[in-house]
Design a protein around this ligand. Structure first.
Ligand code: FAD
Length: 307
């Protein structure tokens, strides 16, 4: 338990290390990250998405990279998002898109991020592609939800994420009910203080179950974003007990995690969506995944020695 906490903090610390980030960019994904990242460009990810679709899995793609520092950079990211949507449509991929508001200027200005999001959503609407706003650390949660609400008034094809580790997560789900939300419900991946988030894992798990139950029983589309059998089994039991149709929810898992479970769920007739990150900025994502599950280190270490 103590070892687990130390390694989690260690990898979360590494995930913010700028020097290692620069080195990682120079050496590419070959030291293990290619098992959980779809490539450094969207073109590299296309054959992978086709294979996943062929295996009955739906996809949501995420262009890695957060925290742009200038308006110009945020507009460039917006344009890349639009081009990704066009490529999804052009190649007839069964894929949605996930994105982080800090990559579109959340830390610069609300007007800028709204303008960038409007452009992306208008393009996505042309092809009936849903866009999900990932949730970042707790300091960005409320600004993100305000933007989600404002955009959702005009755009049906928009989802967001609620993290069950936050004490306020129940209130957030309640506040969103009026917006017919498409919610991905997850435990939460960032390092948060006990002032805002449950420290005890059992409380995080129990709260995730409460959020899933609330959103589903209120009749809103729910994406259960977890690799945890206890959460998956809870959801299956809940929908069975309440006669909730399989088109009201889906399971979502990260690319490269629990591949067997993903295909078993597909065989059982559930919708399973794989979150597939791609891009040059894979380093922070890779470290956060190692922090969550040190067992992932095994393939990273193997990857380092791979010829
Ligand atoms: C599609 C998707 C999108 C996400 N989006 C966000 C987001 O926007 N914001 C955010 O903060 N977080 C996000 N997350 C991350 C999430 O918050 C958790 O940090 C992450 O999913 C780990 O929690 P877990 O429920 O999967 O399982 P954990 O609580 O990490 O693990 C519980 C149990 O599940 C099993 N397990 C877990 N992982 C594996 C594995 N790889 N292989 C085998 N068994 C495993 C093990 O038995 C483990 O003990 C997302 C996760 C997913 C799946």
């Amino acid at each position: 338990m103590i070892l687990e906490a130390i390694s989690k903090n260690f990898f979360l610390y590494l995930s913010n290390n700028k020097l290692l980030d620069r080195l990682a960019k120079r050496f590419g994904t070959s030291f293990g990250a290619d098992k959980i990242v779809g490539g450094e460009t969207f073109s590299q990810a296309i054959p992978l998405i086709k294979q996943l679709n062929h295996d009955g899995l739906q996809v949501t793609v995420d262009h890695l990279g957060e925290f742009v520092e200038s308006e110009a950079e945020s507009r460039k990211r917006c344009q890349e998002g639009i081009e990704t949507i066009q490529a999804i449509a052009h190649h007839q991929l069964n894929s949605e898109m996930s994105l982080k508001l800090t990559s579109l200027g959340l830390d610069i200005s609300k007007e800028l991020v709204m303008e960038n999001m409007e452009r992306i959503l208008e393009e996505a609407e042309k092809y009936d592609i849903t866009v999900t706003i990932d949730m970042e650390d707790s300091s960005r949660c409320e600004p993100t939800l305000e933007i989600y609400k404002a955009l959702k008034e005009k755009h049906a094809n928009l989802g967001t994420v609620i993290q069950s580790y936050l004490y306020r997560s129940n209130d957030y789900v309640d506040e969103l009910q009026a917006y017919d939300p498409y919610l991905r419900l997850v435990k939460g991946a960032y390092k948060e203080s006990g002032k805002v988030a449950f420290v005890d894992k059992q409380e995080v798990d129990a709260n995730l179950k409460r959020l899933i139950e609330k959103n589903l029983l209120n009749g809103h589309y729910t994406a259960v974003g977890s690799h945890d059998d206890a959460i998956i089994d809870f959801t299956k039991k809940l929908v069975k007990e309440h006669g909730i149709s399989k088109d009201q929810f889906e399971f979502q898992m990260l690319y490269g995690m629990r591949n067997q479970t993903q295909s078993d769920l597909v065989k059982e007739g559930y919708t399973v969506r794989v979150y597939l990150p791609y891009g040059e900025d894979w380093y922070g994502y890779f470290m956060r995944r190692l922090a969550e599950r040190p067992a992932n280190i095994a393939f990273a270490v193997k990857g380092m020695f791979k010829k």
